[in-house]
Design a binder for this molecule. Structure first.
Ligand code: SF4
Length: 332
């Protein structure tokens, strides 16, 4: 089983059974950005989840959330950020584009520079965050132990889980930090449906306390960074925002007659009849593949976005965005 196929099938299964947001391939380290990428992230809805859905379909830039741009009086954008002007400008432009900020046209025209405000207060929208590391074959563990030790000691997510298709032995469990939950994935005979067997429940991690992020391992010593609780809270918010904007359907369908858009799991996946499994078009497909037959791709990104909207609370064009677009039309 390829890790890519395993990951998509697990995401489809989680989306069908859990409320909130499922996403994949997101950074979850703090001191070393990009040092730890989580395969799958599940966000449970918080008290103001609906307000976040209504705000925008996209990820809101962290600098914009942290800025002093509020919902009341419009402010000159440059005065409202405590970061490099280029980052501030980029966050302002993106926030205007996605409908998190709106421009005060009258004040901006009078002053000859942009005055902006938030269209709504940033909501308290996510609850528990679960990170899942996929390792279909425990016989080829790669950096698995290091990755899971990082998740347990840094504790950016509330729960960390290992998902595998392998039989999990006592020796495996002893090598994995005891806080990490373990799922074994079973599939039915025609390999389209999967079931999750909980081998070990995860322990709730101390997300509100400082964490330890391992940076580099040397013989006999490990370089670490101590990450304070505020930095972790910001990392959690960035993770939640990226998860909301990105989801898990960031994949393409190959232009190959052997691939079909398989929705037997409820979500549409690129299943190759020649390989007998879900394929990653970006890395596995093309004319050099012996099974390749040139054809039109059986589904497009837009189809996947429409499916995300149908199957999850996420909205592609929420009310907040429509309000902003009407406003733009009106002011030209
Ligand atoms: S290019 Fe090869 S792997 Fe990709 S869908 Fe076609 S036959 Fe399958």
């Amino acid at each position: 089983m390829s890790e890519f196929a395993f990951e998509l099938e697990l995401c489809a299964r989680l989306e069908s059974r859990r409320a909130g947001i499922v996403a994949r391939q997101l950074g979850a380290s703090v001191a070393d950005p990009g040092g730890r990428i989580l395969d799958v992230v599940c966000l449970e809805p918080g008290p103001e989840f609906d307000d976040r859905v209504a705000l925008t379909s996209e990820s809101i830039p962290d600098a914009a959330i942290e800025s002093a741009v509020g919902t009341g009086r419009a402010r000159y954008w440059k005065d409202a950020f405590d970061c490099h002007p280029e980052r501030a400008r980029s966050a302002t432009d993106r926030s205007l584009e996605i409908g998190f900020f709106e421009r005060d046209h009258g004040t901006s025209a009078d002053a000859g520079r942009d005055y902006v405000r938030q269209v709504a207060r940033y909501p308290d929208w996510y609850g528990r965050i679960v990170g899942i590391e996929n390792k279909p074959d425990l016989g080829r563990p790669g950096d698995l132990e290091v990755q899971l030790r990082t998740d347990a000691s840094l504790a950016v997510v509330d729960e960390a889980i290992l998902a595998t298709e392998s039989y999990v032995t006592r020796a495996h469990l002893n090598r994995i930090p005891e806080e990490i939950g373990v799922w074994r994935i079973h599939r039915d005979e025609d390999a389209t449906e999967i079931e999750i067997e909980v081998v070990r429940d995860p322990t709730t991690l101390p997300v509100d306390e400082p964490g330890i992020e391992p940076l580099e391992y040397h013989p006999g010593r490990t370089e670490i960074a101590v990450v304070d609780a505020d930095a972790k809270a910001r990392a959690r918010r960035r993770l939640a925002e990226r998860a909301y904007g990105k989801g898990w359907r960031a994949y393409d369908f190959p232009g190959c007659g052997a691939c079909r858009a398989d929705d037997s799991s409820g979500a549409t996946l690129p299943r190759c009849d020649w390989k007998g499994r879900v394929v990653d078009a970006a890395t596995e497909c093309g004319p050099s593949c012996p099974g390749h037959e040139s054809a039109t791709a059986p589904a497009e990104r837009d189809d996947l976005e429409a499916e995300r909207e149908r199957r999850t609370p996420w909205q592609a064009n929420p009310a907040g965005k429509r309000r902003r677009q009407t406003g733009l039309d009106r002011f030209g």
